[in-house]
Design a binder for this molecule. Structure first.
Ligand code: HEM
Length: 433
């Protein structure tokens, strides 16, 4: 899932955190917020991220007071320390500050409504909530969903045209994760369009800057989505089964989570599926742009798990991962003070030559491959086994069915958001095997 609750109306307005330490990093005159939202940067962020990382692995933006972490080692350690948490109410000048509450009550209310859930919680609340769902998302527990995932995949593949160009994201990449998610959470198919809209609206919560319209839509969708989940849980209470919903119901009933936490976590887990579409798109594009690697994978499917890790490293779907300082934290050479916000830039972290040989080379046999596409520490993505399994099933099925998978035009990257990297379109032409 994207990094909800990081976004704010305009981070440029925030002052540097009080009591900034003496060891602040040198400033390199980078206009961070312009850079990170520049459409040209978003089309291909890697050269600029490389330039900035070579200046220093950790930066402070003196204008916003936000720290940016570009080094692999620095991010890996920051993601693991409890001195830096995901609860952004610790960000002293962020959305929850008294000043922001008074100046921008709309943003405050939007975020406070979405706040009680595992992705926004530090220990011990995080452990309490994550423990409810963790077991169900382990790779071996996910295996029970394999036939369902294969079935959903097959149904969509049946709809793809052979021999004529079509848009893969609209026909396959976007719908597949949503369909799987509805099945996982026992949601009737007629809700598909509505859920799709709610997820799309909520996804903007993770972006660096939200427009007033996006805020209004996110608020409305959050309320509607929660109301739907409330009714859905109510309907299933009499007959809970043994799936994800039963875990949520049991946790609410035995008091492990209160109602708000239950609703927000279920909404987040359903919405989290959307991120998988970035892997289905970005990953396939990486293969298509590297035909030698694609051929190698076709010839030896046992390489698929490693190929998927390389897709995640090379073109990660989540671009930014936030942490807020609970205590002062020494990040490499830089002291990040309590109350500051730090953002890991995954496109840089995953191509840090200090960790990866030839980081700009797409190599499906790369091993080891300790990328950070799923974040790190206790918050590491709970849905990672599901995302990997979905992609493995999808790419194997595509290759089984189609002897040739070709680009039928230029792929287009999203250029309207800084928090996620995905494709607006991926034109393809398929030839039967
Ligand atoms: C390729 C697909 C995916 C990517 C790239 C991705 C990425 C991420 C990232 C970067 C984080 C934050 C980790 C951190 O802060 O260190 C995260 C957390 C999370 N993701 Fe995913 N995700 C994906 C798929 C999914 C799926 C399929 C689901 C739901 C079924 C999901 C649900 C979540 C949840 C609930 C969290 C919060 C976990 C916690 O705070 O303990 N994600 N994901």
């Amino acid at each position: 899932m994207s990094d909800a609750q990081m976004g704010n109306a305009d981070t440029r307005e925030f002052a540097a955190p009080a009591g900034a330490p003496a060891s602040v990093p040198p400033s390199f005159d980078i206009d961070w917020w312009t850079t990170l939202s520049d459409p040209e940067f978003l089309k291909n962020p890697y050269p600029e991220l490389k330039r900035i990382r070579e200046l220093a692995p950790v930066h402070l933006d003196p204008v916003s007071g936000v720290y940016f972490v570009l080094g692999h080692k620095e991010f890996g350690q920051m993601a693991k320390t409890h001195a830096m948490g995901r609860d952004t109410t610790y960000w002293a000048s962020g959305w929850s500050s008294a000043e922001n509450q008074a100046n921008d009550p709309e943003t405050y209310e939007l975020f406070i409504d979405f706040q009680p859930q595992m992705i926004n919680a530090n220990l011990p609340d995080h452990r309490r909530m994550r423990g409810v769902f963790d077991r169900a998302f382990r790779p071996r527990d996910m295996m029970r969903y394999l036939p369902m995932i294969e079935d959903e995949c097959r149904k969509l593949l049946d709809t793809l045209p052979v021999g004529t160009p079509f848009e893969y994201m609209a026909a396959f990449g976007n719908p597949l994760p949503n369909r799987i998610s509805l099945k996982l959470f026992e949601i009737p198919e007629e809700m598909r369009a509505k859920i799709g809209k709610w997820i799309a609206d909520l996804s903007w919560l993770g972006n660096i800057v939200m427009t007033p319209e996006q805020k209004r839509n996110a608020k409305q969708s959050n309320q509607e989505f929660k109301q739907f989940v409330r009714e859905h849980l109510g309907n299933l209470r009499a007959n809970p089964g043994d799936g994800m919903i039963s875990l949520a119901l049991a946790a609410e009933e035995d008091g492990t989570m209160d109602e708000e936490e239950t609703l927000n976590n279920v909404v987040m887990l359903i919405a989290g599926s959307k991120t998988s579409l970035t892997l289905l798109g970005n990953g396939l594009l990486s293969l298509l742009k590297h035909p030698d690697q694609f051929e190698r994978l076709r010839a030896d499917r046992s390489l698929m798990p490693r190929a998927i890790e390389e897709m995640l490293r090379f073109e990660p779907g989540s671009s930014i991962i936030p942490r807020a300082g609970v205590e002062d934290y020494q990040c490499g050479d830089v002291l990040i003070p309590a109350g500051a916000l730090a953002i890991g830039l995954v496109g840089s972290i995953n191509r840090d030559p200090a960790r990866f040989d030839d980081p700009d080379t797409f190599d499906i046999t790369r091993k080891p491959n300790h990328h950070s596409a799923f974040g790190g520490g206790v918050h590491i993505c709970i849905g990672k086994a599901l995302a990997r399994m979905t992609t493995e099933v999808a790419f194997n099925a595509l290759m089984d069915r189609f002897g040739k998978i070709e680009l039928a035009g230029e792929a287009e990257w999203w250029t309207d958001r800084s928090d996620q990297r995905g494709l607006w379109s991926l034109p393809l032409k398929l030839t039967e095997a």
